[in-house]
Ligand binder design. Structure first.
Ligand code: 13P
Ligand code: SF4
Length: 376
C-alpha cells in the first residue's frame, strides 16, 4: 500500500469560534488495469473463503461498489449500511467507507468481526466533535434532547439520546419538536440549520462541517443553473444554506439517486461527493449528471468534491485486509451498549416511519383505484 500522505484542513469548532484543524489522508496507489483484474478476482475468492460480506458507501471507488453489488453485499447510504450489516447473516462484514460506519456496524453487531480497508479513514465531522468538548457542551444544556448525526465517534453517540442519518433526521427532529422537546444538535451545522428551518424546532447547533459539502458554492451554482435551465439540482443537506436554497431535491445519497431516476428530467446538477455519480449513471442510464461547482474563480478547492477519507478505500488494501484479517474495528463493550441506544431508537423510528409511508401509499393507491371505480 502506498504511504503517500495528503494534508487535509477541516473546520474545528471551539466554543463560539471555529478554527482550522489539520488532518491527513493516505492516498492509495492506483493499480494498473492488469493488477485491478487480479485484485478483484482475489477479493471475490477471499470474500468466499472468509464467508464475508462487503458493505460499501456510494462515495467509494466504483470498482469497490461493483464488487459489493456482484458478491451479494450492499452499496448504500449510512442508514441502509447500518441496517444491512445488522441483519445480514455473515459473521464478517468488510465496511468500505469511513470509520464511523465501521463503528456503527460493530455497535449493532458486537459479535461480528468488522474489518475496514483502512482504519485511519475518518470524517471531518467526527474530527470536529471531540467527546470531552461535546460532553461539556451537553452538560451546559441538560434541558435539551441530544441528537447526533451518524458521522460521530462511538463515544459521542454514547452521550446522545438519538442518532440520525441524513435520510431520517428531519422526520425524527420534527417528531421530537411536536412533543415539545428542545434539541441540542451535533456536529453538522448545515444539516442542523436545514432541519431547524424545515421543522421550526428549537435547536442549538454544534458548528462542525463536512469538508466536501462545505465547499459547494451557491453563486457559482446559480450561474451553472443559468447555463442549463432544464437541469434539476440535487443537493445533500450537508451543503451550505445558499446551495440548499437552489435545490430541487435535498436528501441523503439514496434519496438523491432515487430522485435522479424518478424525476422527469434529462439533466442533473449534483452537489454531493462525486463518488455518487457512478450509481446515478447506472440507475438512470441516458441521463446527464454535472458536478456542482466547489470553488470560486480565484479559489482552489480543498476536497474537489471527493472525500479524501472515502478515497482511502482501494482494491489493494481491501484484498490485504481480507487476506490477513487485520484492521478489525473494536468498540469497548460498555461504551458500545450505551452507544447502541440512540442507534436502535433511530432504526425503530425509521422502520415505523417506512411502515406508515407504505400504508399511506397503499391507501392513496386504493383511494385512486376506488375513485376510478366510482367514476366508471
Ligand atoms: P448519507 O447517509 O447520505 O449516505 O451520508 C453520509 C455521508 O458521510 C455524507 O457525507
Ligand atoms: Fe465525512 Fe464529508 Fe467525508 Fe461524508 S463526505 S465522510 S461527511 S468528510
Amino acid at each position: 500500500m502506498s504511504q503517500a500522505i495528503r494534508k487535509v484542513e477541516y473546520d474545528r469548532p471551539q466554543g463560539a469560534v471555529c478554527s482550522v484543524g489539520q488532518a491527513w489522508a493516505r492516498v492509495p496507489d492506483a493499480p494498473s488495469t492488469a493488477e485491478r483484474v487480479a485484485l478483484k478476482e482475489r477479493i471475490r475468492a477471499l470474500l468466499k473463503r472468509e464467508k464475508a460480506v462487503l458493505v460499501a458507501h456510494y462515495y467509494v471507488d466504483p470498482e469497490l461498489q461493483e464488487l459489493a453489488d456482484e458478491t451479494g453485499g450492499c452499496v448504500a447510504d449510512s442508514l441502509e449500511m447500518a441496517r444491512f450489516g445488522r441483519d445480514h447473516e455473515a459473521q464478517t462484514l468488510v465496511v468500505a467507507g469511513v470509520r464511523f460506519m465501521g463503528e456503527t456496524a460493530k455497535i449493532l453487531s458486537p459479535n461480528k468481526r468488522i474489518l475496514m480497508p483502512d482504519l485511519d479513514a475518518t470524517c471531518s465531522l467526527d474530527l470536529g466533535c471531540p467527546i470531552d468538548e461535546f460532553s461539556a457542551f451537553c452538560d451546559e444544556h441538560p434541558d435539551r434532547t441530544v441528537v447526533v448525526y451518524a458521522n460521530t465517534s462511538a463515544a459521542v453517540k454514547a452521550r446522545a439520546d438519538w442518532m440520525v442519518t441524513s435520510s431520517i433526521g428531519l422526520e425524527i427532529v420534527a417528531d421530537l419538536h411536536a412533543k415539545g422537546e428542545k434539541i441540542l444538535w451535533a456536529p453538522d451545522r448545515h444539516l442542523g440549520s436545514y432541519i431547524q428551518k424545515k421543522t421550526g424546532a428549537d435547536m442549538l447547533l454544534w458548528q462542525g462541517s463536512c469538508l466536501v459539502h462545505d465547499e459547494f458554492k451557491g453563486i457559482e451554482l446559480d450561474l451553472l443553473r443559468a447555463e442549463y435551465p432544464d437541469a434539476k439540482i440535487l443537493v445533500h443537506p450537508e451543503s451550505p444554506e445558499g446551495v440548499v436554497a437552489l435545490a430541487d431535491v435535498v436528501g441523503s445519497t439514496t434519496q438523491l439517486i432515487d430522485a435522479a431516476v424518478k424525476l422527469d428530467a434529462q439533466r442533473f446538477i449534483v452537489a454531493t461527493d462525486l463518488g455518487i455519480l457512478h450509481k446515478m449513471r447506472l440507475a438512470a442510464p441516458g441521463k446527464t449528471f454535472i458536478e456542482a461547482p466547489t470553488a470560486g474563480n480565484s479559489a482552489t478547492c480543498k476536497s474537489c468534491a471527493h472525500c479524501p477519507w472515502m478515497a482511502m478505500n482501494g482494491l489493494a488494501n481491501l484484498a490485504d485486509v481480507l487476506e490477513r484479517g487485520h484492521n478489525e474495528i473494536h468498540v469497548d463493550s460498555a461504551l458500545g451498549e450505551r452507544a447502541r441506544l440512540p442507534i436502535d431508537r433511530m432504526l425503530a423510528f425509521a422502520a415505523e416511519h417506512k411502515r406508515r409511508v407504505q400504508a399511506s401509499g397503499d391507501l392513496a393507491r386504493d383511494t385512486a383505484l376506488f375513485s376510478q371505480v366510482g367514476a366508471a
